[in-house]
Design a protein around this ligand. Structure first.
Ligand code: NAP
Ligand code: ZN
Ligand code: ZN
Length: 409
């Protein structure tokens, strides 16, 4: 069987056996309820910066706003400064001064046109974090001074089944992505490698004060992309989860892990100690030719975060009976993964996939990280170093998420 990444979403209804275990459901529920409760006590409360009134409004007005970003003008790069305008505030819009933006491997896939032809010039970045500086007339959740994040989506239809269920990432009418999508005014969305953005409040995430804004960025994509499937497949205490690829997503998966025992599969022997420090009990260096037979049938769930085509035939035998391999890594369209005819049937395994997470769920993930002290391991860079960071990411040399600091020079 030859499968393409875009056909891999079908596994969403599998794995029901793993969802039935009440002890794991209990763990998750407790954590989430606790996070929500803590919110009432301040964890999830928006920043206490004074509401403001006049000065912020006066300074920023209602737009349109001049912004500056690091754009690619072709897939060959490099990034160059681009001045452009963000739209004027609509009634439900918030204007955000961006302070940080994480660098995701998806930015590289887009920038290098691994997935499609891109609408250059294009500013990437979908792990935004910043401070609200002005709000539209009907905004209710935020005020100037609120600490906020924005992830991969900035709008969706709001009325289809998935949208109503809080899964805007699966909007049947197509959501608006943070960059490279046609916005509702017909313009092209531009991402977070920039100084400023204007976003509908329904797609903006509150960042509690206990979380540094620099750490919040990577939660907006890397964090939610691993949290959502870990929850969907009820990973939790008493279960063994495998994480393939210790990068931006992978290291967050190890840290989040929902109380399960973690096995990391890495191609980088230099990352073994880090994997353990993030919480992995077992670390397998998945080098070409390495013998993995002693790990056969040892895992209840595998979350595969590795980009690009890699050998799934080595990984699938590690699944127990009825267990699921969920692929969140997304390689080149031209190089789909291959799964042989007998690979899944031997242990009645499922092959699944998952795309980021909904807005409510992202807010929940932020609360979960606040409650459990989970933070990404980041390296801050000035915007001039984006090309260098992309090279390091592809070389597996990131430790473990580059975050652009808009104020750094
Ligand atoms: P990353 O920081 O580069 O981490 C990926 C890790 O995978 C690397 O550190 C490396 O870990 C391993 N790896 C890299 N190249 C590999 C290869 N050719 N073969 C096997 N392993 C390889 O990337 P990321 O930002 O975490 O993103 C990972 C993937 O997830 C990307 O494809 C990205 O587009 C995708 N993504 C998907 C979603 C979604 O909604 N499904 C959301 C965000 C990102 P080791 O050194 O440990 O082997
Ligand atoms: Zn991403
Ligand atoms: Zn929708």
């Amino acid at each position: 069987m030859r499968t393409k990444i875009e056909d891999q979403q079908a596994g969403n209804d599998s794995g029901t056996d793993e969802r039935a275990d009440p002890s794991r459901r209990g763990f998750i529920k407790t954590a989430v309820v606790a996070a929500a409760g803590a919110g009432a006590a301040g964890l999830l409360r928006p920043s206490s910066v004074e509401a403001a009134s006049g000065p912020a409004k006066k300074r920023y007005g209602d737009g349109p706003y001049t912004a500056e970003g690091m754009a690619l003008y072709s897939s060959a790069g490099p990034h160059k400064v681009m001045k452009f305008q963000r739209r004027a505030l609509g009634p439900k819009d918030v204007a955000i001064q961006l302070h940080f933006c994480g660098v995701c491997h998806s930015d590289i896939h887009h920038g290098r046109e691994h997935w499609r032809k891109e609408p250059f010039p294009l500013i990437m970045g979908h792990e935004l974090a910043g401070i609200v500086v002005a709000v539209g007339s009907s905004v209710s959740k935020f005020k100037p001074g609120s600490r906020v994040g924005v992830g991969c989506m900035v709008n969706s239809c709001r009325h289809c089944g998935p949208c109503e269920a809080g899964m805007e990432q699966y909007c049947e009418n197509g959501n608006v992505f943070t960059y490279g999508s046609k916005d509702r005014d017909g313009s092209m969305t531009q991402g977070g490698y920039s100084t400023f953005n204007v976003v509908d409040e329904d797609f903006v995430i509150e960042i509690p004060e206990v979380i540094d804004l620099a750490d919040a960025g990577p939660m907006m994509c890397a964090g939610i992309t691993v949290y959502s499937p870990l929850r969907r497949w009820s990973v939790g205490p008493g279960r063994r989860v495998g994480v393939v690829g210790l990068g931006g997503l992978g290291h967050m998966a190890v840290k989040i892990a929902m109380g399960a025992e973690v096995t990391v599969l890495t191609t980088s022997s230099a990352k073994v100690e880090d994997a353990r420090s993030f919480g992995a009990k077992t670390v397998i260096v998945n080098a070409p030719g390495a013998d993995l037979t002693k790990f056969k049938r040892s895992l209840d769930f595998i979350l595969d975060t590795a980009p690009y085509q890699h050998d799934l035939e080595r990984i699938i035998p590690l699944l127990k009976l009825d267990a699921t391999l969920c692929m969140v890594g997304a390689g080149k369209i031209s190089e789909p993964h291959q799964i042989g005819p007998f690979s899944l049937l031997r242990n009645r395994n499922s092959f699944a996939s998952s795309q980021i997470g909904g807005i409510r769920e992202t807010q929940e993930l932020v609360g979960f990280c606040a409650l459990h002290g989970i933070r990404p391991k980041i390296t801050k860079i000035p915007k001039e170093k984006i090309d260098d960071a992309w090279t390091k990411i592809v070389d597996k040399a990131a430790r473990y998420r580059f975050v652009i600091d808009m104020a750094a020079a």
